[in-house]
Design a binder for this molecule. Structure first.
Ligand code: NAI
Length: 286
């Protein structure tokens, strides 16, 4: 393998998906959570997702057993000290991530070890600036659900060494079998910078009474062969996440196409966040 000693910080939705994919690829993976209770929750989440994959016929029982034997969970950051690559997937909170990168800089000792972030909206450059070796920091942005979606965005900063970029690209494409695209360190990277204005346009169309939510979605599903309409997709992503993404892109580009429409603001303020709260543009049984 290109890299076979991986650390994942944050064992939530994305971190457990990343850990699962790395362990199935053959890497030895240590998942670090904020405390031992959450480390245990991350273990339960990853194990049940691997077992569901066996039941669904996506992986064999032997693959599952091998992956489980390669996964460890901890709440002690120092246990990541020997890793060749640490992928950060903690909450989307800039001060939390900056503090973590400063700590990882001290903890992860090999000079060739790489520190990667799965952030969707925080500049990788800001995280690199919290370290003494910004040349080994890179963005590695996975998509949800990590086991199902093959894309990763590789985001070097102005400091990232060419050897680091190439090594991580090969790790993602050869070890993890992902499709890698490169993006400059700009809010939204490639996919969210294109997707967000589209989703916001659908919200504006609904807000203006141009068409109903069901018709907007059906138009794009049946007329453009999209698997989900834009308002269903916004509900799946989470309207709070969509709002945060549009705010960060608006702040970066100062372009009205990223400005969140009032309807989106009112829905988030009302706690109508999409699938996860049972109601967004559509209603969901939970
Ligand atoms: P989540 O809320 O499910 O998981 C975050 C985890 O980080 C929690 O389990 C929390 O206990 C842990 N955590 C917080 N501070 C920590 C610390 N100091 N040390 C160790 N663990 C800590 O969040 P999710 O959705 O997994 O997102 C994680 C990152 O991935 C965020 O940066 C997000 O922007 C990014 N992302 C999210 C996507 C999504 O669809 N949810 C898609 C792509 C990227």
């Amino acid at each position: 393998m290109i890299i076979d000693q991986v650390g994942v910080v944050g064992g939530g939705l994305m971190g457990t998906g990343i850990a699962r994919v790395c362990a199935l690829a053959g890497a030895d993976v240590v998942v670090c959570e904020a405390d031992s209770g959450r480390a245990e929750a991350a273990r339960v989440r990853t194990e049940s997702s691997l077992r569901r994959a066996v039941s669904a016929g996506k992986i064999t029982g032997a693959d599952c057993a091998e992956a489980l034997s390669r996964l460890r969970y901890t709440a002690i950051l120092e246990e990541l000290g020997d890793r060749e690559l640490v992928i950060e997937a903690v909450v989307e909170d800039e001060p939390v991530k900056v503090e973590l990168f400063a700590a990882l800089d001290k903890t992860v000792s090999a000079p060739t070890a790489v520190l990667a972030s799965n952030t969707s909206s925080i500049a990788i450059t800001k995280l690199a600036a919290a370290t003494t070796q910004p040349q080994r920091v890179v963005g590695l942005h996975f998509f949800n659900p990590v086991p199902a979606l093959r894309l990763v965005e590789l985001v070097p900063t102005l400091h990232t060494e060419a050897s680091t970029i190439d090594r991580i690209e090969r790790f993602a494409s050869e070890d993890l079998q992902k499709i890698v695209i490169r993006s400059q360190d700009r809010a939204g990277f490639v996919v969210n910078a294109l997707l967000t204005p589209y989703l916001l346009s659908a919200v504006r169309m609904l807000e203006a009474g141009f068409a109903s939510a069901a018709d907007i979605d059906q138009g794009m599903v049946e007329g453009c062969a999209h698997p989900l309409g834009p308002l269903s997709l916004a509900d799946f992503v989470g309207l709070d996440i969509l709002l945060a993404a549009s705010n960060s892109m608006y702040e970066e580009f100062k372009d009205a196409q990223f400005a969140p429409p009032p309807l989106l603001l009112r829905m988030v303020e009302s706690g109508l966040l999409g699938e996860k709260t049972g109601r967004g543009f559509f209603t969901y049984s939970r």
